[in-house]
Design a protein around this ligand. Structure first.
Ligand code: AMP
Length: 250
């Protein structure tokens, strides 16, 4: 089985995100970037399948500027075999990303595609679903467990109030939830080895894929500042404030 994994470069989750002054997006200049945590889980799952003898080859794909090669090298250091970057400086929306991934899938012919359930920057939670629709493949989203039975992927999904288990005929698209696995730490020798692994760079514009979007971001703003709390002298005063100021009690 060949696995294709989609990895996005996002602002590191430890960084406090700041909105740009002109409200066109968030500040990324001089900000620490990293592999999207859900994509890291996707790579880990693919590597575990390879280590268990269930996968032969893992191709990691990223879409974005030249610096995305860094997250592809992370995926290679974790154990992916090859990297593929569709290079573009344009801000692409999930449909364009899904179309480029479809382009990669037509070229690579994987049996399984693993994506993160969402990228922590845009919080779109759309790309995997759109990709499955474009391909006409079954999808198992928010996977917390992935097993195989013959030509089927058995995906346990985290849903409101419990777990749902679905069987997908392969080839299929799976998106990862937080509890699927705990990604490994990178070891220095593997980071060194990853530098020598093949990484192809293809200009996204050369693919002929429609990259334009029907969706325009109007503005990005900071959440409203939280106002300070007050100390009340008695339970009676608290109840009074809840009833008459916050109006959460009747
Ligand atoms: P989203 O729909 O934007 O929340 O992203 C869901 C998943 O789609 C991510 O976790 C990635 O696996 C994949 N994805 C989104 N954007 C990109 C990108 N620019 N390059 C590679 N994979 C991406």
């Amino acid at each position: 089985m060949k696995i294709l994994v989609a990895v996005k470069r996002v602002i590191d989750y430890n960084v406090r995100v700041r909105v740009k002054g002109d409200q066109t997006g968030v500040e990324t200049a001089n900000v620490k970037m990293a592999i999207n945590p859900f994509c890291e889980i996707a790579v880990e799952e693919a590597v575990r399948l390879q280590e268990a003898g269930k996968a032969k080859e893992i191709v990691a794909v990223s879409i974005g500027p030249s610096q995305c090669q860094e997250v592809l090298r992370t995926a290679l250091a974790m154990g992916a075999d090859r990297g593929l970057l569709y290079e573009t400086d344009a801000e692409l929306q999930p449909l364009a990303i899904a179309r480029l991934l479809q382009h990669a899938i037509q070229k690579e012919q994987p049996t399984l595609v693993i994506l993160g359930k969402q990228a922590i920057d845009g919080d779109n939670n759309q790309t995997g679903q759109m990709l499955a629709a474009l391909l006409g493949w079954p999808q198992g989203t928010f996977a917390s467990k992935l097993e195989f039975d013959g030509n089927q992927a058995i995906v346990t999904r985290e849903i409101d109030g419990g777990l749902e288990t679905v069987a997908l005929d392969l080839p299929a698209v799976v998106t990862t939830d937080l509890r699927l696995n705990e990604p490994r730490y990178l070891k220095l020798p593997n980071i060194m080895k990853a530098k020598k692994k093949p990484l192809d760079v293809v200009p996204a514009a050369s693919t002929g894929v429609e990259l334009a979007s029907a969706l325009k971001v109007l503005r990005v703003t900071e959440p409203p500042r939280r106002s300070g709390g007050v100390k009340v002298a008695s339970v009676q005063e608290l109840v009074d404030k809840l009833r008459n100021e916050a109006k959460v009690l009747s």
